[in-house]
Design a protein around this ligand. Structure first.
Ligand code: SF4
Length: 318
């Protein structure tokens, strides 16, 4: 990982208007950087806004507020040439490999979608490029003329990865890429992503709903809760020390492979229900479930601040 910022997210907001009185604040004032060559893990429960954050970052959704810069250029204000360049450099691997591959196209045409859109290769060269990509992701050229339904879930995700790599991007948003796969296959896909990152100098945003698999792949991890970033730190540091009560609860839910430690340790159970992101109350979004709640938590939004070197937390306890 270098110190060069590839992506800068500044006070990003994405709201959805439900009706004249209700606004769903899916992403609310989120800021972070992604450095060239790193994997930033983004975790949180379903509905916390992590996928919406990633998609708004990439311009798939219009933003409500804030800014996103990719190599210094404002993603939501690109001219035609800059947009084409950005689309080439920023790709997505989707959660559901069943839904994200067009069932009527052969694997060759699926993987070549980006190549065709960018007009990069034609004829024999196009075919050779797809064969090379199939080899890279652990498949082979005999797979090129088959259709998605002929493959297992893990193989389809490999096809999705080959498609994302086809136009040699700099950045890939991996949107829960292992969530729909068997546990036995998950590690294979994560290891493939790690190898490709090393070989091709890729930068990842790796979105996941639990902390166990993100640890293996992430250099740093951001924890989101109900549209806000509550903690951000280097991966090893976050596993050693969690400041935010929500991160503490998330970590305590991961089983430990040593039965003695597992039996002895205390789980933190979250109180209350996950609140709605529609018209959220003022103050900390975690207030209804927090065992450390104090008066100020219901009055002021805690700001993300650095509590130790490179470790940021948004909580009135610090
Ligand atoms: Fe809990 Fe208050 Fe910290 Fe929110 S700001 S996590 S309610 S202590």
């Amino acid at each position: 990982m270098s110190a060069e910022k590839l992506i800068e997210v500044k006070n990003l907001k994405k709201y959805f208007k439900i009706n004249s009185k209700s606004i769903l604040k899916a992403v609310d004032d989120v800021s972070f950087d992604i450095f060239k060559g790193e994997t930033l893990g983004l975790v949180g429960e379903s509905g916390c806004g992590k996928t919406t954050c990633g998609r708004t970052m990439l311009g798939v959704y219009n933003k409500t507020g804030g800014q996103v810069f990719f190599q210094g250029k404002d993603v939501h204000n690109l001219n035609k040439g800059e947009k084409k360049n950005f689309n080439k450099n920023a790709q997505i691997i989707f959660q559901d490999p069943y839904a994200s591959l067009n069932p009527r196209l052969t694997v060759l045409d699926i993987i070549a979608e980006g190549i065709d859109a960018q007009n990069l290769y034609k004829g024999k060269e196009r075919e050779e490029k797809v064969y090379e990509l199939l080899r890279l992701v652990g498949l082979n050229k005999e797979h090129a003329n088959r259709f998605p339904h002929e493959f297992s879930g893990g193989q389809r995700q490999r096809i999705g990865i080959a498609r994302a790599l086809a136009i040699e991007p700099k950045f890939i948003m991996c949107d829960e890429p292992i969530a729909a796969l068997d546990v036995s296959i998950q590690a294979q896909i994560v290891n493939l992503l790690i190898k490709l990152q090393r070989d091709y100098d890729l930068t990842y945003l790796f979105i996941a709903h639990d902390l166990s698999m993100v640890k293996h792949i992430s250099d740093r991890i951001g924890v989101m809760y109900l549209g806000t970033m509550v903690e951000l730190a280097e991966s090893n540091e976050l596993y050693k020390k969690q400041y935010h009560p929500y991160t503490q609860a998330l970590l305590s839910a991961i089983p430990i492979p040593d039965p003695k430690i597992e039996l002895a340790r205390q789980r933190i159970t979250l109180e209350g229900d996950v609140p709605s992101p529609i018209n959220p109350k003022p103050g900390c979004r975690f207030q209804g479930r927090c065992r450390y709640y104090k008066k100020v938590c219901g009055e002021e939004n805690p700001i993300l601040k650095e509590v130790s070197s490179g470790h940021y937390v948004a909580c009135h306890l610090y």
